[in-house]
Design a protein around this ligand. Structure first.
Ligand SMILES: Nc1ncnc2c1ncn2[C@@H]1O[C@H](COP(=O)(O)OP(=O)(O)OP(=O)(O)O)[C@@H](O)[C@H]1O
Length: 302
C-alpha cells in the first residue's frame, strides 16, 4: 500500500495482515506512517495504490461493508459535548442500526465494560480526558466489530485504566476479534500483543511473534554490575574484545551495558567474568525484548 501527502511519502509499500483472535501491535517512530495506515484501514483515507481487505470485504470498493465489520478508536476524537454519555452511545448505536429495543441494554453493558456506568446521564464535556478515551472505546465496540483498530488507546489513561484496557483487548482477542493497536509504550505492548509489526518510514521493518522476541534466540542488551567496577570494565573489555557494544549505564554507577547478546552468550560472558575473579553481583536484560528490537530498527536513524 502507498500513500503520499504532496511531496511526503507517508506509506511506501507497507504490507500488513492482522489475524483474528490476536492482538497485533503497530510500532514505529514518530512520522513512520502508523496513523496514515490506520486511517486507510478505517476507510477514512484512500491509499494511492494497493488493496485493503477488512473481514473479507474489499474496503476500497465497499467501504460501508468494511465499516460494519470494524471498530475504530482514533488517537484524538471529537465528542459531541452537548450530549450525555448515553445519548452519545445511543447516537452511534443508531448509526450502526442496532435494533431500538437492544440499544439501551447494549449501552449499559458497554458503559459497565469501560467502567463509566456512574456517568450515565452526565454530559460528555464533564468527562476527564481518560474517561473520554474510555467512552471512545465503548463507541468503537457498539456494533460488536470483528476487527478493532486503535490508535494510541492508552494515552491519557491512568495506570488502572491501562491495565483494564489491556485485559479488555486480550479478552476481545480471545473472543476471536482481530485487534490492531498502535502505541509507543513498548513495555505495555509486550503484555498485550501476540505479534508486533515494526513500521519505519512508511514500510514494514519487521514482523515478529512476541514469543520469539522474548525467546532464547532473541538478542538483548544486558546490564552487568560488580562490586569492583574497575575490574569489571577491564575484564569485559578483554572478554568481549570489541565483538559487541559496551558502555557504562548512565543511570547506575558501577554498572555496564553490553550487547546485544543472546541468553546463551550472556551466560558464557558471566562464566568468563567469574573465571577472571570479577565479583559480579548482577546480570539482567536491560529493558524489554521489544525495546531491543525497536532500538535495533531505529539505530540507523540516529
Ligand atoms: N494530512 C497530512 N498532510 C500532510 N502530511 C501528512 C498528513 N498526515 C500525515 N502526514 C505525514 O505523513 C507522515 C506519516 O505520518 P503519520 O501520522 O502516519 O505517522 P505516525 O507513525 O502515526 O506518527 P506518530 O507516532 O507521531 O503519531 C509524516 O511525515 C506526516 O508528516
Amino acid at each position: 500500500m502507498t500513500r503520499s501527502f504532496g511531496p511526503v511519502q507517508a506509506l511506501g509499500g507497507l504490507d500488513i495482515t492482522v489475524p483474528y483472535g490476536q492482538v497485533t501491535a503497530l510500532v514505529g517512530p514518530n512520522g513512520a506512517g502508523k496513523t496514515t495506515l490506520l486511517l486507510i484501514l478505517a476507510t477514512l483515507l484512500k491509499p494511492d495504490s494497493g488493496t485493503v481487505r477488512i473481514a473479507g470485504h474489499d474496503a476500497l470498493m465497499y467501504p460501508a461493508r468494511a465499516r460494519d465489520a470494524l471498530g475504530w478508536m482514533p488517537d484524538t476524537f471529537g465528542v459531541y459535548d452537548q450530549l450525555t454519555v448515553d445519548e452519545y452511545l445511543a447516537f452511534f448505536a443508531d448509526a450502526y442500526e442496532l435494533p431500538k429495543d437492544e440499544a439501551p441494554r447494549r449501552i449499559r453493558a458497554l458503559l459497565s465494560l469501560v467502567h463509566l456506568e456512574d456517568k450515565l446521564g452526565q454530559p460528555v464535556h464533564a468527562l476527564s480526558r481518560g474517561q473520554k478515551q474510555r467512552l471512545g472505546l465503548a463507541r468503537a465496540l457498539v456494533h460488536r466489530p470483528r476487527v478493532l483498530l486503535l490508535d494510541e488507546p492508552a494515552s491519557g489513561l491512568d495506570p488502572r485504566s491501562r491495565i483494564e484496557l489491556r485485559d479488555l483487548l486480550r479478552s476481545l482477542a480471545a473472543d476471536g476479534v482481530a485487534v490492531l493497536v498502535s502505541s509507543h509504550i513498548l513495555s505495555e505492548l509486550e503484555e498485550i500483543a501476540d505479534r508486533v509489526v515494526l513500521v519505519d518510514r512508511g514500510r514494514t521493518a519487521g514482523d515478529h511473534a512476541m514469543a520469539d522476541l522474548a525467546g532464547a534466540a532473541a538478542r538483548a542488551r544486558w546490564r552487568v554490575r560488580s562490586l569492583d567496577p574497575d575490574g569489571l570494565a577491564a575484564a569485559l573489555a578483554a572478554a568481549l574484545d570489541g565483538r559487541t557494544g559496551l558502555e557504562p549505564a548512565a543511570d547506575l554507577p558501577g554498572t555496564v551495558e553490553v550487547g546485544p547478546l543472546t541468553e546463551a552468550e550472556a551466560a558464557g560472558l558471566l562464566a568468563e567474568l567469574v573465571a577472571r575473579k570479577v565479583p559480579v553481583c548482577g546480570l539482567a536484560p536491560a529493558g524489554s525484548a521489544l525495546e531491543s528490537a525497536y532500538l535495533a530498527m531505529t539505530e540507523s536513524r540516529r
